[in-house]
Design a protein around this ligand. Structure first.
Ligand code: ADP
Ligand code: MG
Length: 276
């Protein structure tokens, strides 16, 4: 039996890894859908100009749609751009449009350029009449101003790691950036969660990578591992998460397990007081 409850405090995660193709977007949308299926009210903020998270959540994001771009550059309220995913009334999405590709440059000359998402999210959470339990921010594969806005808005960092060679490469650069953010912009930000993705248990290499990551980060790595699965990679082309596309598939089952683990960990104790 699943034993989870949502207590009222909003947890804000940034899903980041400066490598592309490691499963950031896939993890964001499927964890979000899995959490929503457990009864959480979830907001996904799509910060990647490619808009893959918006697509997977079935949310329109053509160039004429108000988007995160308008929030960051023109100070639109987040409430004005948030859409409900057709998948679940519990699943909200602040879409990205192609305009966001220019925001990285346009932000450079703006006042409070690192805090714009934080300010918008704080306003939204303070004024919305609806409960929001979890916010997941899908980041682009770079450490530019869009990602810095996510780091400034979040308190928890979730890193998806692909179980392949070079998995740990670049991680020290990412964690170095996080320390800079902690020092100068957001002391609350901490690495709370690592999720191993695209795991192929038949290969020795995947097992070795998983072992190595667990040795480095024994407290942060979730027990649940996301397997490499065709159903997971097919789902976005139907504008769906794997939870809706094939809820019995191994990918859907493991994303639901990861969601339960994520929630139960927070209920148990703050991450820095755990000892197992
Ligand atoms: P990122 O957002 O980090 O660039 P994506 O989430 O877009 O990465 O994933 C990169 C590619 O890998 C996509 O084509 C996606 O469908 C595929 N993929 C991600 N996770 C899995 C999985 N568990 N099984 C199979 N394919 C996956
Ligand atoms: Mg992505």
């Amino acid at each position: 039996a699943i034993d989870v409850e949502f207590t009222g405090a909003t947890r804000v995660f940034t899903v980041s890894n400066q490598k592309g193709g490691v499963g950031k977007t896939t993890t964001t949308v499927n964890l979000a859908a899995a959490l929503a299926s457990l009864g959480a009210r979830v907001l996904v903020i799509d910060l990647d100009p490619q808009g893959n998270a918006s697509t997977a959540l079935g949310v329109p994001h053509s160039a004429d749609i108000p988007s995160v771009y308008d929030v960051l550059i023109d100070e639109f309220p987040l409430a004005d751009i948030v859409q409900v995913s057709p998948e679940s009334p519990n699943l909200l999405c602040a879409p990205s449009t192609i305009h966001l590709a220019g925001a990285e440059i346009e932000l450079v000359s703006q006042v409070a350029r690192e805090h714009r998402l934080r300010t918008a999210l704080d306003d939204f959470l303070a004024t919305t009449s609806e409960r929001i339990d979890i916010v997941l921010i899908d980041c682009p594969p770079s450490l530019g101003l869009l990602t810095i806005n996510a780091f400034t808005a979040a308190s928890e960092l979730l890193i998806p790691i692909q179980c392949e060679y070079y998995a740990l490469e670049g991680l020290s650069q990412l964690l170095g950036s996080v320390r800079m953010i902690q020092k100068h912009l957001n002391p609350r930000l901490h690495l709370s969660t690592i999720l191993l993705t695209m795991y192929d248990g038949r290969t020795r290499l995947a097992q070795q990578v998983a072992d190595e990551v667990r040795q480095h980060f024994p407290r942060e790595v979730l027990r649940t591992v996301i397997p490499r699965s065709v159903r997971v990679s097919e789902a976005p082309s139907f504008g769906q998460t794997v939870i809706a596309y094939d809820g019995q598939s191994a990918g859907a089952v493991s994303y639901r397990e990861a969601a339960v683990e994520l929630v139960q960990r927070a209920q148990r104790a703050p991450a820095n007081e755990e000892n197992s």
